[in-house]
Design a protein around this ligand. Sequence first.
Ligand SMILES: C[S@@+](CC[C@H](N)C(=O)[O-])C[C@H]1O[C@@H](n2cnc3c(N)ncnc32)[C@H](O)[C@@H]1O
Length: 297
Amino acid sequence: MASRYIESLPFVDRLETIPLQGGEIPFELNKLIQFAHDVVLRDHPDEDIRMGHWVPLYGDKPEVTMPLLYHMFQDLVKRPGYQDRVRPRLLECGSGYGMVGRVAALAGFEVFNVEIQKDIHDEAKKYDHLLKLRGMIDESAPHTIFGNYYTPEWFEYAAAHFLQHYNLLGDVVDPRNLAMVSYNLGVSKFTQEAIISALKVLREGTGALAEHSLVTSDGGLDVDVVHIYPSDPMFPHGFLQQMGSILRSGSMLVTYEKNSQIIKAIEEERFFQCGFTPTTWYMSGKELGYDFLGFQR
Ligand SMILES: C[S@@+](CC[C@H](N)C(=O)[O-])C[C@H]1O[C@@H](n2cnc3c(N)ncnc32)[C@H](O)[C@@H]1O
């Protein structure tokens, strides 16, 4: 059971809720955890501070977080209501180095990892290659896609609302907005120009979902689960509207961070919360909140 495994770890001080029941930790997952330690963490020791809100896989303890993620995805893969296919499909929005998606693939999903920052995408490809060399990757590995998880139409909608919402088009721009938005877009210069050019890069990638046949001829999104980090600055005025419009009934939207405004915004798009229990845990006195929230159409 996941909880027994976690409790046996000496550095876990206190566990508040480890609700997900699972089986043993499979051999492949242990190897992936080792890979996270030996390669990914070594390459990127401070990744959780580079851009807001990464799943705590990198700067923290992958041997704790990856089994929790695995059991969450195992629980999710078995839910009823998905399209009839051998493996349900999971779209990992903003997949970074691809580790979250790799865990989901081990749990049984066909995973589409989508990442827009070229250097990060290239790292994910490098890890695919290394995993392949080590015999740790097979046909069930995630698809690693360079591009945007917004469709062209919804990106225009999202970008317009986003610019307006943060007052980024006027002559006088609040520097706090510039800082926050730059940070969340992964832009190192806190200027209007830098934000506008970041949006251009994002716009160029908007064909990715269609190119990989994830959008059907009627404009629907052909996946069963969408997993998204909640700090996308266009999340409440773009992302949710896109998903509310193109995700079909029975599909799931999964995110983290238990923020009542986020929950309200998701429910306004006609998703209903369907009871993932939070997985908040503590290590060395530090709270690592990773509250999964599952919503169904
Ligand atoms: C906060 S990280 C999350 C990484 C990982 N999914 C996790 O949960 O730990 C967000 C990632 O999304 C990427 N990203 C942001 N906006 C995107 C977009 N519109 N399309 C694709 N990737 C995007 C960023 O480059 C960054 O690597």
